[in-house]
Design a protein around this ligand. Structure first.
Ligand SMILES: C[S@@+](CC[C@H](N)C(=O)[O-])C[C@H]1O[C@@H](n2cnc3c(N)ncnc32)[C@H](O)[C@@H]1O
Length: 231
């Protein structure tokens, strides 16, 4: 029987996510490590949007053991996995839709200003208008000098690059069987993939007020990009 899932849960069973994502997405671990390096060494508070099973937060804590994490996700099943992985004394779990938080932050438990905000493989489920709204909300929740880095699939800027991205991804996807996928149903502000080009997203970041907007890692159709709040 097919299992319906929220956008971003990917697999029918959250217990399969950590194994499945490594088969589905080439260089997933390298991506997490690269993103963890984007966080300044002196950071104290980090917000992880769409934390899933907690792999990015765990990678950040490995490198920066002093950090307090605010981990937000709308999926109880994914959060349950994250809770089993992340230290309770260093993690605050927030069950919320980050798009709804962007529009009505008062509906979510208050989040104090943070030094860094990160997200991996989650924001591409929002429409471009909502991505822009979320970038503005993140900007408003960062301390002066704070930063935001997002790792996400991006829309190819040309059909030739779309074919290239697909060719490479197929060639690098693990040959081992991939766990059962769920049937994605729109949930809150997220729906099936709504990819935007890197150029569009860099513009959205600049419009939100970020400076030093940059792309620090890219592997064909997946990129890490972000910027800073002026001091
Ligand atoms: C592919 S998983 C990635 C999880 C984790 N960041 C990682 O890299 O392993 C995407 C996560 O984003 C969450 N997500 C998607 N849209 C969301 C939204 N609007 N609000 C909160 N969480 C969302 C999903 O529940 C899922 O846990």
């Amino acid at each position: 029987m097919s299992v319906t899932i929220r956008p971003g849960e990917v697999f029918a069973h959250a217990t399969e996510f950590d194994r499945g994502i490594r088969r589905l997405l080439p260089h997933y671990d390298q991506l997490l490590t690269a993103l963890s390096w984007c966080i300044p060494p002196e950071a104290q508070r980090v917000l992880d949007l769409g934390c899933g099973t907690g792999n990015l937060s765990a990678r950040i804590l490995q490198r920066l053991p002093q950090v307090q994490i605010m981990a937000m996700d709308y999926s109880p099943a994914m959060l349950e996995q994250a809770q089993a992985k992340l230290p309770p004394n260093q993690t605050t779990f927030i069950t919320a839709d980050f798009g709804a938080w962007a529009v009505n932050p008062q509906d979510v438990p208050p989040i104090e200003p943070v030094d860094a905000c990160v997200s991996s493989l989650a924001i591409h489920h929002l429409s471009d208008a909502m991505k822009g709204q979320l970038f503005r909300q993140i900007f408003a929740h960062l301390r002066p000098g704070g930063c935001f880095w997002n790792a996400d699939p991006v829309l190819a800027p040309h059909p030739h690059s779309a074919a290239l991205y697909q060719r490479v991804r197929q060639a690098f996807t693990a040959a081992e069987p991939i766990p059962e996928r769920g049937i994605v149903q729109t949930c809150g502000t997220s729906s099936q993939d709504q990819l935007a080009t890197l150029a569009t997203q860099l513009d959205l970041l600049k419009t939100a007020g970020f400076v030093g907007v940059d792309v620090v890692w890219q592997w064909f159709g997946v990129a890490i990009f972000g910027g800073y709040v002026p001091v």
